[in-house]
Structures are given as C-alpha cells and as structure tokens.
Ligand binder design. Structure first.
Ligand SMILES: [Zn+2]
Length: 259
C-alpha cells in the first residue's frame, strides 16, 4: 500500500509534469531506484553469492558528468550464525527511493553455506574473517580457524576481487553480538557518525588480542577505501534494523570520509 506521502507525491507529479522525476531530481533528493543483480560466484557447497546494485538514473548521470558520488558496499553477514545484518540488507533492498549521489552495493551474505547451516565458518570450517592477507597467521582449527593460507577460500577471493573492482568509498560489514561500531584509525569521524546514527557505542574490538586476517583490516590497510565493522547485540529490535538501514543511506552518502 502506498503511504499518504508517496501517494500525494505521485498525484502531484501526475498533475504537474510528464518529465521523469529521475531527470529533474536535484542532488541529494530521493529518486527512484534502478536495481541490477549479479552472481559473483559460488561458495564451497555451490551456493550463489549475489551482488545487488541499487542506484538511480540521476546518480548514474551525475557520475557520467564527473560529479562526485559515493560508492557504498554493505555486507549483511560474513559469519553465518550472525544474521541480524540480513534484515538490514532486506530493508535496503526494499527501499523504493534512494538519494541522488549514492551508489549502493549489497551482499546479503558472503558466507551462504554458513548462513544456511547457521554456523560461523564456511563449509571448510574456515572463519572467513580471519582468512584475509593482512596480519594473517596460522591458527588452530576451531571457530576462528584462519585456513591453510590467506585467501584459501573461494568466498574470500571473491570478496577481495569485488573490493578491488568496485573500490568502495565505504564498506560496512554487520556482525553480532559485541554491540558497537568498530573504532578505526583510518576513519574515526565516519565511525562516530555511523555509531550516532545507529545508536550504538564506538568500541574497539580486539578479537581476543590482535585482529588477525580480518576483512576490515585488509580493506583499511591494503586498499584506498574505509571499512567499518558494525556489531549488533544478540537480539535486535526492528527499530534498530530500520535505523541501521537509514544510517547506511544517509551517513553513507554524507558522512566524513578519510582524505
Ligand atoms: Zn562476526
């Protein structure tokens, strides 16, 4: 059902103009969304890992004209038993409008086998968030097994390749249950803005010591972009999911990036 506000907007549009709103939308204004879907590859057990691109004609036109746009990549889950982020992705996929200037890329889960089995690791028993080639070290098999070598897993390789291809300005990864937004030497102003928007504290997640081989660490130390870890609690109320999705859009577009 259309909300009253959307219905009114549709009515006024029909009454005053036949010009597509995407052409007329000023920078920052909400604009209808163009969605494309791409299978990036498959997991160990053959499940597809799907990338969804959501943007607007006005954003594409702005980028083509050389105007600045923001590329934001959001990963709902990398640990299969941490699934609240999937709900944020659903909200972002369901939005029918996005602000001009935002180029939004969504992956529901980069660990679809872990998600299907509700376990942390991939189907080889590897913690994908310890399998990246920044401060990687060999660790014993178990919940945080780093794998036989960096990027030993197809899911990690696929994610590495995607970040190299998109060069996101901001990459967000959702986790549970540490309840906070991860501090980052690279981009504390953005971390603070995200934390304020999501009503979460800023926290330093120490991975019981140094964070070895994490995806976020690799992005922040080996690529130009900023990556931020967002940890929900054990149980996540619907209002917080909605607030997180809105923050991705609003702060993702306008929040302070490292220079
Ligand atoms: Zn996690």
């Amino acid at each position: 059902m259309l909300s009253a506000r959307v219905a009114a907007a549709v009515l006024s549009l029909a009454a005053v103009s036949v010009v597509p709103v995407v052409v007329a939308a000023p920078a920052g204004a909400a604009s209808p969304v163009v969605t494309t879907r791409e299978v990036l590859g498959t997991s160990v057990e053959g499940r597809p890992i799907v990338l969804v691109h959501r943007t607007t004609d006005a954003t594409l036109a702005a980028a083509a004209a050389g105007e600045p746009t923001r590329t934001v990549l959001v990963i709902g889950s990398i640990h299969g038993d941490e699934q609240a982020g999937l709900r944020v992705i659903r909200r972002l996929r369901d939005r029918d409008r996005l602000p001009v200037g935002l180029d939004l890329w969504l992956i529901r889960t980069v660990n679809p086998d872990g998600t299907a089995h509700d376990v942390r690791t991939n189907a080889h028993g590897v913690d994908l968030n310890r399998n990246f080639p920044y401060l990687w070290h060999s660790s014993p098999r178990g919940a945080t097994w780093s794998g036989k070598q960096p990027l030993s897993e197809p899911e990690s390789v696929l994610l590495r390749d995607l970040v190299r291809r998109l060069q996101p300005d901001l990459t967000l990864v959702f986790h549970q249950p540490l309840f906070g937004v991860g501090a980052s030497d690279k981009g504390m102003p953005m971390v603070r803005a995200l934390a304020a928007g999501m009503r979460l504290p800023v926290d330093e997640f120490h991975c019981t010591g140094i964070c070895y081989g994490t995806f976020t660490g690799w992005v922040n130390n080996r690529t130009p972009g900023l990556s931020v870890t967002v940890e929900f609690g054990h149980r996540v109320q619907p209002w917080r999911i909605g607030r997180a999705a809105r923050t991705v859009v609003e702060v993702g577009l306008t929040g302070p990036l490292p220079t």
